[in-house]
Ligand binder design. Structure first.
Ligand code: AMP
Length: 284
């Protein structure tokens, strides 16, 4: 496994591989890695000749400075996990390397993607995500890039951005990896106490409740039930939304054949997000 911290060194390495028609898979991460990240690596390794994992805590996607400051950083542990997973290259750049002085941010109107749920509650977050992912694509020149459905809205933004700028990368969505009890794995879970980890399981219970009741209740009724369930368990919901998974439009009285339930809730100071597909036209 080779570790790179500069753009030029990584690009030299990748350019020679691309000349030999080797395929590159990129897994962008912010580190503090867990099995959710490893599942993305495994998918990349199955398809691509070489897999790059980037580890970069991107300051421009944090709308809250304390969240950025407290974001877990476990670089040495991450390296061990990635070595065990058989990753070829790690890209671990500084902020200056990603955003040099002559850097200009991409301009993109994300439309509704930036106005609902994560876009609504984390002002500027997705512009930051677009900025870093577009830059990582330019640097790493991947043929495929892997993203988790855990960040459902982020995948929609990345796909939109890739089309918008006509980037030669195929976006691969990977399923949510959960603990045995159902908590979606997340770097932020490291900040939860044992008790809080138990309390946070209510998010999965709420999503499961939603899925089990689509034939009995309307979206708005489910949203109300899930909100009560979560708030009664000691967490504080920021939003519970049921949306059309293709357009992200909110559903209230009627179901749509592509539907996902998305939740953001605070457990203490830690903001958790999760989601579950309730109805999937393509699979049923
Ligand atoms: P992050 O380091 O949180 O920016 O996440 C890097 C990538 O890993 C993103 O594409 C996430 O959606 C994905 N990811 C994070 N947690 C999970 C999970 N529990 N299951 C699947 N993918 C995940």
């Amino acid at each position: 496994m080779e570790v790179f911290s500069t753009v030029t060194a990584l690009q030299d390495r990748i350019s020679s591989l691309k000349k030999n028609k080797q395929t590159i898979g990129l897994v962008p991460t912010m580190g503090a890695l867990h099995n959710g990240h490893v599942s993305l690596v495994n998918q990349s390794k199955q398809k691509c000749d070489y897999t790059i994992v980037s580890i970069f805590v991107n300051p421009t996607q944090f709308n809250n400075s304390s969240d950025l400051e407290k974001y877990p950083r476990t670089f040495e542990k991450d390296l061990n996990l990635l070595e065990e997973s058989g990753v070829d290259f790690i890209f671990h750049p500084s902020v200056e390397e990603i955003y040099p002085q002559n850097y200009t941010s991409p301009e993109i109107d994300l439309g509704i993607l930036d106005k609902v749920m994560e876009g609504k509650f984390r002002n500027g977050h997705f512009q930051g995500v677009v900025e870093v992912v577009k830059r990582l694509f330019e640097i790493c020149m991947p043929d495929f890039s892997y993203f988790g459905q855990k960040d459902f809205q982020q995948v929609a933004v990345i796909k939109f951005m890739t089309n918008y700028f006509n980037l030669p990368v195929e976006i691969i969505e990977c399923p949510i990896i959960r603990t045995n009890e159902g908590l979606a794995m997340s770097s932020r879970n490291m900040r939860l106490s044992q008790l809080e980890q138990q309390q946070s399981l209510v998010i999965y219970r709420a999503l499961t409740f939603a899925k089990e009741n689509i034939n009995r209740l309307t979206p708005i009724e489910i949203i109300q039930e899930c909100t009560n369930l979560i708030n009664d368990s000691g967490l504080t919901t920021e939003y519970v939304e049921i949306v059309n998974s293709l357009t992200l439009e909110s559903l209230s009285n009627d179901w749509n054949s592509n539907t996902v339930c998305c939740i953001a809730a605070y457990c203490g100071e830690v903001r958790l997000i999760d989601n579950m597909v309730l109805i999937n036209d393509f699979k049923n």
